[in-house]
Design a protein around this ligand. Structure first.
Ligand code: ADP
Ligand code: MG
Length: 414
C-alpha cells in the first residue's frame, strides 16, 4: 500500500482500519473456505467420477439448480480448480481433462458461445469467416488430437431455453451423444436458477440432458453467518472490526428462515458496504448503523448486469422507468403501454423500434435476469401482463440507463 506523506497525504484515503484485503469480499473471488457447500462439491465429484476414471463410462449431464446467490457458480468453479489440480498429477485419470465454464448470458449467440468454448481450449477463432458447425468441428478435432476430455459448465443456462440459443441444447446433445459414442469425451454441467426453464424445453432434450439434478437451497441465517466469518478468516477484514452482533444482524436480514432471500452475494455485499462506511467515517469497527444503512442500499436488483444489455433492452427499461415515474400511485405498467413508450423513446433517439415479438423476447430475458418482473393477470378486459421493477429507486436506475446510452451512442457517432 502506498503511504504518502506531506502535501499528498491522504489523497487515497488513509490506510484502512477495517479491511485487510477487500478483494476477498468481491463477488468474483473464489473463496478457499465454502461452508455448507462441501456436500454439493462432493456430489458433483461423485457424479463425474466415472467419466474421469473409466474410459468407457458414459458422458454425464448434470444440472446445478437453485436461486441466485446459493453458491452454484462457486461450486462449479471450485470443481474446475479440483480438475486442474488432478490434471497436474494425472492421478487416476485415464486422459487429461479440460474444464471450461461459460456464462450463457454474456455470450449472446450460439456461435459466440462455441467460440468461447474453443477459446477455453486454447483455440483462437476470428469473429467472422467460420460457421457455427465449423467451430464445433474444431472443438471436436482439438479434443481428439490431444486425446483429452472436456467438462463444460454452462452457467446461467436459463438463457439457453428461449429464442435462438435453444440450438445450443441440441448441438451439445448431438456433440455428446453422436460424436463421442466411443469414447465419450464431453460431459456437461448446466447451471440454472429456474426449474421452470427446464420445463420449457421439449421432451427429448429434457430427458437426454437432465439425468441428474443437484439442488441448491437459499441459505439460512446460521449458514450466512458461517460464510461471512469464513471470509474474515480468509483475510477480508481485521477480526476486531466485526463481532457477533454485526454478523447476527446480517444473518437476520438475509437468512431465508428469517424471511430474507438467502442470497450469500447480498450478505457479502452488505458486509463490504458496511465496512466501507465505517472506513469512510474513520472508525476501526463496523456498527449496527453501518449494517442498517448498507442493507437499505443493497437491493436484489442486479445493477452489474445492465452493461450487458442490448441497446433496445436499455431503451425498453428506460420506457418502464419513465412510465413508473409518471404515475406515482401505481407500481406496474401493461405491456401495451410499455411498448408505446418504448416506440416514443426510440423516436427520440432516432432508432428504429423492434417489433412486438422482439419486445416480448426482451421482456422475458430481462425477467429471467431478475431485472424486471412480468406477471400475467386478467384485470378488466382480457388477459395482459403487468411489468414492474424490483426494489430499485427509479432515479438511480434512470441515471444509470442514461449514462449507458450516452456512452454507447457517443461511441457509435465517432
Ligand atoms: P449463484 O451462482 O448460485 O448465483 P454464487 O456461486 O455466485 O451464486 O455465489 C454468490 C456469492 O456468494 C459469491 O461471491 C460466492 O463466492 C459466495 N458464496 C456462495 N456460497 C458460499 C459459501 N457456501 N461459502 C462461501 N462463499 C459463498
Ligand atoms: Mg451464478
Amino acid at each position: 500500500m502506498c503511504n504518502l506523506t506531506g502535501e499528498y497525504e491522504g489523497i487515497f484515503g488513509s490506510i484502512s482500519k477495517i479491511f485487510i484485503n477487500e478483494n476477498v469480499l468481491h463477488p468474483e473471488y473464489v473463496p478457499k473456505k465454502y461452508p455448507h457447500r462441501r456436500d454439493h462439491l462432493l456430489e458433483l465429484g461423485n457424479v463425474m467420477k466415472n467419466f474421469l476414471i473409466n474410459e468407457k463410462a458414459l458422458p454425464v449431464k448434470v444440472v446445478l439448480l437453485g436461486p441466485p446467490g446459493t453458491g452454484k457458480t462457486m461450486v462449479a468453479r471450485k470443481f474446475g480448480e479440483v480438475i486442474r489440480d488432478i490434471n497436474k498429477t494425472r492421478r487416476g485419470l485415464h486422459r487429461p481433462v479440460d474444464f471450461v465454464i461459460i456464462n450463457c448470458f454474456i455470450f449472446k449467440s450460439p456461435f459466440s458461445i462455441y467460440r468461447e468454448i474453443a477459446r477455453g481450449l486454447g483455440l483462437s477463432i476470428p469473429r467472422r469467416g467460420f460457421s457455427k458447425e465449423e467451430v464445433l468441428k474444431l472443438i471436436v478435432n482439438r479434443l481428439e488430437s490431444q486425446n483429452k476430455a472436456l467438462i463444460l459448465a454452462l452457467d446461467e443456462a436459463d438463457f439457453l431455453t428461449r429464442g435462438q440459443k435453444v440450438e445450443v441444447f441440441y448441438d451439445l446433445a448431438r456433440l455428446v451423444e453422436v460424436y463421442y459414442k466411443r469414447p465419450p469425451r464431453i460431459s456437461l454441467i448446466f447451471i440454472m436458477r429456474n426449474p421452470l426453464s427446464i420445463l420449457n424445453l421439449d421432451g427429448a432434450i429434457k430427458s437426454t440432458l437432465f439425468h441428474y439434478v443437484i439442488k441448491f437451497k437459499p441459505y439460512r441465517k446460521a449458514e450466512i453467518i458461517d460464510i461471512l466469518w469464513a471470509r474474515i478468516e480468509e483475510g477480508a477484514m481485521y477480526p476486531s472490526a466485526v463481532d457477533d452482533v454485526i454478523m447476527d444482524m446480517i444473518g437476520e436480514l438475509v437468512g431465508h428462515d428469517k424471511g430474507g432471500n438467502g442470497d450469500a452475494r447480498m450478505a457479502l455485499e452488505i458486509l463490504f458496504m458496511a465496512g466501507k462506511r465505517a472506513e469512510r467515517l474513520g472508525r476501526n469497527a463496523v456498527t449496527p448503523e453501518d449494517v442498517r444503512e448498507s442493507f437499505s442500499m443493497v437491493t436484489p436488483f442486479p445493477r452489474n448486469l445492465l452493461e450487458y444489455l442490448e441497446d433496445h433492452e436499455i431503451l425498453l427499461l428506460l420506457a418502464l422507468v419513465r412510465l413508473l415515474k409518471s404515475n406515482e400511485f401505481v407500481n406496474w405498467v401493461t405491456t401495451g403501454a410499455l411498448e408505446d413508450m418504448y416506440v416514443e423513446i426510440c423516436d427520440e433517439y432516432g432508432i428504429d423500434p423492434r417489433g412486438h415479438t422482439m419486445v416480448w423476447e426482451y421482456i422475458q430475458r430481462m425477467k429471467d435476469m431478475g431485472i424486471l418482473k412480468a406477471t400475467p393477470t386478467s384485470r378488466g378486459k382480457g388477459r395482459t401482463t403487468e411489468i414492474s421493477l424490483p426494489g430499485v429507486p427509479l432515479n438511480v436506475l434512470e441515471n444509470e440507463l442514461l449514462r449507458i446510452l450516452r456512452q454507447r451512442f457517443l461511441k457509435k457517432v465517432k
